[in-house]
Design a protein around this ligand. Structure first.
Ligand SMILES: [Zn+2]
Length: 310
């Protein structure tokens, strides 16, 4: 197998395709620096999948690699694909179920990192049918440069005026990291446009997830109640409830105080002590409700919190 074929074979596995891409005449197949026949959108999708599975590399460094340098990373990513389908292998039914569940949980915003796990062309399709509508760029994003799994507030800079918009986050280890704008794209779900069958798909998918993860965190938005391991805790419409919803979007990933201040309190000047107090209230409420396996980790990374599922 030539390097070119190997690259596309790995890309197909990672992106959940039958094969990749169209056959080309031999004369076109031997450029050492040709990153193949993927479209820009497919390149982004592939990059997001590889970075998500391998960690420890930024998008900028990935882009600078040639085909031969990328192959070892892709091989490593393939070994980390979960059995029965990797991040590139969500089916359309999975995606619709996820959208329905997000609407139900009151978190109807879809990020570019999530979309990277969808089948190719799905975003375009959902945009054209109105299920998804492009909304503002993300206010926060997970760092993909250090392997620390943390979410930081995005600083947008346009300097000098009229120049291209740039985005940065502060990384705990590396310092200032530039984030490509395509990673910050977001969409809002229009529940009225979701096909009627999505809810059925959701219950099926929940059953599957439940057996796979041995317990799933569920939010009932009508009663502001959280359910876990067969127990429920009524948090009411409080900051505690919304904090838990926010942290549950990416379990295990550390979210900075500044992101929590802006996403949960809608006020970036929220005091650190206010956040600490809300976290300790939340811990107490969960404990009182007998929910013992949800851990709110506030000590591993300074000024960051993560929700740890068992
Ligand atoms: Zn980082």
């Amino acid at each position: 197998m030539t390097l070119f074929d190997h690259y596309h074979d790995l890309a197909a596995q990672l992106m959940g395709r039958e094969d990749f891409p169209l056959p080309l005449p031999n004369w076109d197949r031997d450029y050492p620096h040709n990153i193949g026949l993927l479209s820009d959108a497919e390149e982004s999708e592939l990059a997001a999948i590889v970075l998500q599975l391998t960690r420890g590399m930024s998008y900028e460094s990935w882009k600078a690699l040639d085909m031969a340098q990328r192959v070892p990373w892709m091989q490593q990513a393939v070994t980390k694909l979960p059995p029965g389908g990797g991040p590139g292998r969500m089916s359309k039914a999975d995606v619709l179920a996820e959208l329905a569940s997000r609407v139900q949980n009151g978190t109807p915003i879809i990020t570019a990192d999530e979309v990277a796990r969808w089948p190719a062309g799905m975003v375009d399709e959902f945009e054209s049918t109105g299920i998804l509508r492009v909304t503002d760029h993300a206010k926060s994003v997970a760092c993909d440069s250090c392997g620390q799994d943390h979410v930081e507030q995005v600083q947008y800079i346009q300097s000098p005026p009229g120049s291209e918009l740039r985005a940065y986050i502060d990384c705990l280890e590396i310092g200032r990291v530039q984030i490509p704008l395509h990673r910050l794209r977001q969409w809002v779900i229009d529940p009225a446009r979701l096909p009627a069958g999505s809810k059925d798909a959701m219950s099926v998918s929940e059953d599957v997830q439940e057996s796979a993860t041995n317990g799933q965190l569920q939010f009932d938005r009508d009663t502001f109640t959280v359910r876990f391991d067969g127990r429920s805790c009524e948090l009411r419409n409080t900051k505690e409830y919304h904090l838990l919803v926010r942290l549950s979007r990416r379990p295990g990933i550390f979210v900075s105080n500044s992101v929590l201040a802006s996403d949960v309190w809608d006020d970036e000047h929220t005091e650190k002590s206010t956040i600490q107090k809300t976290v300790s209230n939340l811990r107490r409420s969960l404990k009182d409700a007998g929910i013992k396996n949800l851990v709110l980790d506030g000590t591993t990374n300074k000024d960051h919190y993560a929700l740890k599922l068992p």
